[in-house]
Design a protein around this ligand. Structure first.
Ligand code: SAM
Ligand code: SF4
Length: 283
């Protein structure tokens, strides 16, 4: 995955067609990932104060009229508060961008556990070679995957990814690593490759911190927590533990991202050397 270059000068970036648009297309989600900002860890429902909202195709056209589309380098439909595939107009929005421009490409991050294989194939046809979908694959068994990706179905995700990958659009995998799946990274990579992913990115969960009080004003910034306890939908207490992977680099101070040479790297699953690095890191 490509990072976000800092916007030094908006007008210059606009003129040079370098803008990357990060857009929350929806606050809806089928999944109940315990550490997600939209999830209440006590019962895994949506946090109370978050309204359910989504962009319509008309909203999108208004914000990005045809004549502006080629000014954008990439549309990043990931967001923070929901899943873009839950947006009822997502297929039409991708179609609108691709049919009315030649430059921007589109990236969608998703848990991949909604809609059926036909729909995913259709999305791939519409997005063609300018669409990348990043599917969350956090385990090799349903149990392992859904300890974090609660309320999703691994087999359905893999079927959807495989169907999507049979088009010219590109599928890639994204795996959030905890202690319970860190030794499975190689197997997750092989499974993802077998089911159509061209690459994979691993990150360690960065949500084992709580803000000091009052938020953002203290010296310490984020205070690390040892583990993360949540209550699932059946009222059972469950625990997530941070990965004990030994990072080779240092975390940037105050940053969520781990600056080392393994995480946040896009590994090419057709490259044997890359697979070997993942195998090594999984030991
Ligand atoms: C809120 S999600 C929105 C997109 C989509 N629903 C998804 O989950 O891929 C934004 C990003 O946060 C990532 N994410 C979720 N839980 C995380 C965690 N505990 N630590 C780090 N990243 C996490 C997701 O995998 C995704 O890449
Ligand atoms: S799939 Fe994405 S938006 Fe949905 S709960 Fe999980 S992290 Fe949050």
């Amino acid at each position: 995955m490509v990072g976000f270059p800092p916007i030094v000068n908006f007008n210059k970036s606009f003129d040079n067609n370098e803008l990357i648009m990060w857009i929350d297309l929806s606050t809806y989600c089928n999944a109940k990932c315990p550490q997600c900002h939209r999830t209440n860890p006590n019962g895994l429902e949506k946090i109370d104060w978050l309204p359910l909202k989504q962009w319509s195709l008309e909203d999108f056209k208004k914000a990005f009229p045809k004549q502006i589309l080629n000014k954008i380098h990439r549309f990043d439909f990931c967001g923070t508060w929901g899943d873009p595939i839950l947006n009822k107009d997502i297929l039409k929005i991708v179609e609108y961008i691709v049919d009315n421009s030649f430059l921007p490409w589109v990236q969608i991050n998703t848990n991949g556990s909604v809609r059926n294989e036909e729909w995913w194939w259709e999305l791939g046809k519409v997005g063609d070679s300018r669409l990348i979908v990043v599917f969350d694959i956090d385990g090799v068994t349903q149990e392992q995957h859904s300890l974090y990706r609660q309320n999703t179905n691994l087999e359905k995700i893999l079927n959807n990814m495989e169907s999507f990958s049979n088009t010219k659009a590109k599928a890639t995998a994204f795996s959030v690593i905890f202690e319970h799946n860190r030794k499975s990274m190689y197997d997750i990579a092989l499974l993802s490759k077998r089911r159509g992913a061209t690459g994979i990115t691993f990150i360690e969960s960065d949500r084992f911190f709580k803000l000091d009080d009052p938020p953002g004003t203290g010296e310490k910034g984020y205070i690390p927590t040892k583990d993360f306890i949540f209550v699932d939908r059946s009222g059972q207490k469950q625990k997530l533990q941070p990965s004990k992977f030994k990072a080779t680099g240092k975390s940037e101070k105050g940053s969520h991202r781990q600056a080392n040479d393994f995480f946040w790297v896009w590994w090419d699953l057709s490259n044997d050397e890359h697979l070997e690095k993942i195998r090594h890191a999984s030991n």
